[in-house]
Design a protein around this ligand. Structure first.
Ligand code: SER
Length: 319
């Protein structure tokens, strides 16, 4: 049994990951932390919830000592598009926040830490099809810069201090419980909200844009499986490529229209198109599949059907 701290617990990944960890480890053994966003009821009622900023090392140490924390999921982050609006804040939260957490782990004897990297670690000079695990990392967004630097920090702290650092490069994540905010892949979630509410969506990337995507239940399971894997099996100390499926914006829109007859999508690419164009179309995650048996379950059809099934009653105010 672990005592776990989830930092960034109110974000798109954090909300679902915290609930799953509480199911497995018991509510009181999983502390949820956020900077300022109010906690949703389900988090508030199922275990300890605490406010602190990742720039405040003393506040972090206090929580770790009080709750005898041995494992941290550090998810606090600005996403790619928001990061371009305020690169200094993205650097502060994404990278200095990680460095502070790693240092606090050393100082307080926390053994294990998970931190998310992303397909944003890649850039326009990276091979875009079936992007290899080890390849060129020259991202053009501040978000991507913090992801590459963070991956190297994880490797450094593992080699130098023996900290058990673990990470995956998530593709775009599709979910219905908490909305993403300020990411380039957000259209793959927003399309479902708008299709259910208005049968209409204006997509901010072009119809032929292809990006790697994954359903949240796969992402949560994969994250926990990586954290549970025997350390000696792990051969990547930076961050594992993690993939499920790739599809174009038009393929997604066609699938949504199949489930919601009458749905219409048009395309008005904005500044996020350039970010999407700098990222891979598909990812080679064979190292994760080999080292810790990673395997995705959800394809485009299953994701779309599950999204519509779950989001429809939520948007109708019934859930
Ligand atoms: N989903 C993220 C974004 O779009 C990428 O990790 O910014």
């Amino acid at each position: 049994m672990s005592n776990i701290l989830v930092i960034g617990a109110v974000g798109q990944i954090g909300t679902e990951l915290t609930m799953e960890l509480r199911k497995r480890h018991g509510g009181k053994n999983v502390v949820a932390a956020t900077r300022k966003t109010p906690f949703p009821k389900e988090l508030e009622q199922s275990g300890p919830c605490i406010f602190f900023d990742v720039s405040d090392k003393e506040a972090m140490k206090k929580v770790i000592k009080e709750h005898n924390i041995d494992t941290i999921y550090q998810l606090a982050s600005l996403l790619s598009a928001t990061g371009e609006k305020d690169p200094d804040l993205a650097f502060q939260i994404n990278l200095i926040g990680l460095k502070n957490t790693l240092d606090v782990c050393r100082e307080c004897g926390v053994k294990k830490i998970f931190w998310p990297s992303s397909i944003a670690a890649f850039g326009p000079t990276t091979p875009r099809d079936n992007t290899p695990q080890r390849t060129v990392l020259e991202p053009t967004t501040m978000y991507g810069v913090t992801k590459v630097s963070g991956e190297l920090l994880l490797q450094y702290y593992h080699n130098k201090y023996g900290l058990d650092t673990r990470s995956v490069r998530y593709p775009g994540l599709i979910s219905y419980k908490a909305e993403p905010g300020g990411g380039t892949t957000d259209y793959s979630v927003a399309i479902f909200y708008e299709a259910i509410k208005h049968k209409k969506y204006t997509c901010f990337v072009g119809s032929h844009t292809v990006l790697p995507m994954m359903y949240m239940p796969d992402a949560i399971r994969g994250t926990i499986e990586l954290m549970d894997a025997p350390r000696e099996k792990l051969t990547v100390a930076t961050s594992y490529n993690l993939a499920a499926i790739s599809f174009s914006a038009k393929e997604l829109a066609d699938e949504v229209a199949r489930i919601i007859p009458g749905f219409v999508c048009d395309y008005k690419p904005d500044h996020r198109q350039a970010i999407a164009d700098s990222w891979p179309k598909s990812i080679d995650d064979s190292q994760a599949r080999k080292d810790w048996n990673w395997k995705h379950k959800f394809g485009l059809k299953e994701i779309s059907e599950d999204m519509v099934k779950n989001l429809t009653p939520i948007l109708a105010g019934k859930k």
